[in-house]
Design a protein around this ligand. Structure first.
Ligand code: ZN
Length: 136
């Protein structure tokens, strides 16, 4: 039940190409994957830091969740994602603790992961994701 590590930190960005440059040239990381997730109206870029990823999120639609987030709050940290054994089990556990859920069941995220979001109104303003790697 307990998360094993922080799977990734999601960061909302205005311009993916510019931000990739920053992470590569200033932090010295390598972007190893760029992927569009149509379902969430985002284009994502991934960097690995130890066993944690940085996930940059650029909106492909101003009406999408990242487009709206940037309009309201500007660029910055969008969510924290914890690696769990079972997303469904974790969501059921959270629900049993009166936590409001965005997802009641796992859905497909970037990088072949199964993901689920808890609602930030129940998580002290921190949008929280849990992910499960079905290939593990
Ligand atoms: Zn994420």
């Amino acid at each position: 039940m307990k998360p094993s590590h922080i799977e990734h930190i999601g960061i909302a960005v205005q311009n993916l190409e510019e931000q990739i440059k920053y992470y590569e040239e200033v932090l010295g990381l390598t972007c190893y994957n760029i992927e569009e997730v149509a379902d969430q109206k985002v284009k994502t870029a991934f960097f690995m830091v130890g066993q944690t990823k940085i996930e940059l999120l650029e909106s492909t639609d101003p009406e999408g969740p990242i487009g709206k987030f940037i309009e309201k709050k500007g660029q910055g940290i969008h969510h924290i994602a914890f690696a769990v054994e079972s997303v469904q089990e974790f969501l059921d556990h959270a629900a049993s603790k009166e936590v409001a859920l965005i997802d009641k069941a796992p859905r497909a995220g970037a990088e072949g992961l199964q993901i689920g979001f808890l609602h930030p109104k129940s998580t002290n303003g921190v949008l929280t994701e849990v992910c499960e790697n079905p290939k593990k």
